[in-house]
Design a protein around this ligand. Structure first.
Ligand SMILES: *Cc1c(COP(=O)(O)O)cnc(C)c1O
Length: 367
């Protein structure tokens, strides 16, 4: 399509770093750029430890594994982990992958986030963690979540919120463990890549160990734990080092695109049912994908797609996936209402104001 949903921004910097990595001959999971990327990201979001991994989904598995959750890694098959009913599927899949049970919590109609109040109602003696997803660029209310968590670890999934802030502080610094994805459609992108961050020396050491075959440091081919190979390769790390150095530029440009959309849609927000999500005062959004909702979404999508605009419906609410039927507790009216009316418009750092203008014109046409 002429207007893709999202496309990466690749500058001379990333090319230079990838060439340096190629010239060095280090193309697997060991190499200078892996460490360089880890240090740059830890500094960017203000964390003690960062471990680069191959994608955002294994980052979540690694976090759960480090916390000994699930039957596969020393916990129990009865372990429960709270997950929002409206999110990309990875958090729920990661919980299942470690042999534990996701428990879905409905989201608020205003912020599309799980409120602490709703989370509290789903906490049981079996609850071993809460996965707080900074959904579509909006951070969770961490003060409230930590209050109700009362010692239960919070895993912050910041895959969609590079550059967002909660009470002035950067996303990525809130979870007992935070995970990022750098999939190519995320705001900071490496193709396929992820990371886990924490301030705990113990959790960091454990995650580093597991991600590298469980191989005891300084004792080659000695394994005290069942490890995995979650390592990020040095070529992708080189590319990502460039992206992390361009973090502010990349996130600011997307914010600018959102601003152009906002300006051009103000009128439609007043005169039609088209709406944006509410941004509460305690947070500032970063724009991952510009998101709207409207009760007649499918009609809008059909028209825009026929105009070569790659707009898409957001995820099926997880509570409606038969695979996860056991994770439902009660009803999920808000996740459903949002899930069946929200959609994304093309959003990339390299988009121009005239791209946005064209897309908004087509949107006006159909409304
Ligand atoms: C994209 C995404 C992930 C998974 O990332 P991958 O790198 O594609 O595995 C996890 N959680 C959320 C909320 C995401 O949006």
């Amino acid at each position: 399509m002429k207007y893709p949903l999202s496309s990466p921004s690749i500058s001379a910097l990333e090319k230079r770093y990838v060439n340096e990595a190629l010239d060095s001959g280090w193309i697997s999971g060991t190499g200078g750029f892996v460490t360089r990327f880890e240090q740059a990201l830890a500094a960017k979001v203000n964390r003690q430890h960062c471990i680069a991994v191959s994608n955002g989904t294994v980052a979540l598995e690694l976090a759960l594994q480090a916390l000994c959750i699930g039957s596969v890694y020393g916990g129990s098959a009865e372990d429960e982990v709270i997950v929002p009913a409206l999110t990309f599927v990875a958090p729920a899949a990661a919980v299942r992958a470690v042999g534990a049970k996701p428990v879905f919590v409905d989201v608020e109609l205003s912020t599309w986030q799980m409120s602490a109040f709703r989370v509290a109602k789903r906490i049981t003696p079996r609850t071993k963690a809460i996965i707080a997803v900074d959904i579509i660029g909006l951070p969770c209310n961490y003060d409230e979540l930590y209050l109700v968590a009362d010692g239960i670890p919070i895993i912050e999934d910041a895959a969609e919120a590079h550059g967002a802030r909660y009470e002035g502080r950067s996303v990525g610094s809130f979870g007992d463990i935070t995970t990022f994805s750098f999939h190519s459609n995320k705001s900071v992108a490496g193709g396929e890549a992820g990371a886990v961050l924490t301030d705990s020396d113990e959790l960091a050491a454990k995650m580093r160990l597991v991600a590298n075959h469980g191989m005891t440091p300084h004792r080659p081919y000695w394994h005290d734990v069942v490890g995995r190979n979650y390592r990020l390769n040095n070529l992708t790390a080189a590319f990502l080092t460039g992206q992390v150095e361009r973090w502010d530029e990349l996130t600011t440009k997307r914010q600018q695109v959102a601003h152009w959309y906002d300006e051009r849609l103000t009128e439609l927000f007043k005169t039609t049912e088209l709406a944006r999500r509410h941004v509460p005062a305690w947070s500032s959004e970063s724009c991952w994908l510009y998101t709207l909702w409207h009760p007649e979404r499918d009609r809008i999508l059909a028209h825009l797609r026929s105009c070569d605009i790659d707009t898409r419906a957001i995820w099926t609410p997880l509570c409606d996936l038969p695979l996860y039927a056991e994770s439902c507790r009660g009803d999920y009216p808000n996740a459903r209402r949002i899930g069946y009316s929200a959609f994304w418009l093309p959003t990339s750092a390299e988009m121009t104001e005239s791209d946005v203008k064209y897309i908004c014109e087509k949107l006006r046409e159909v409304l």
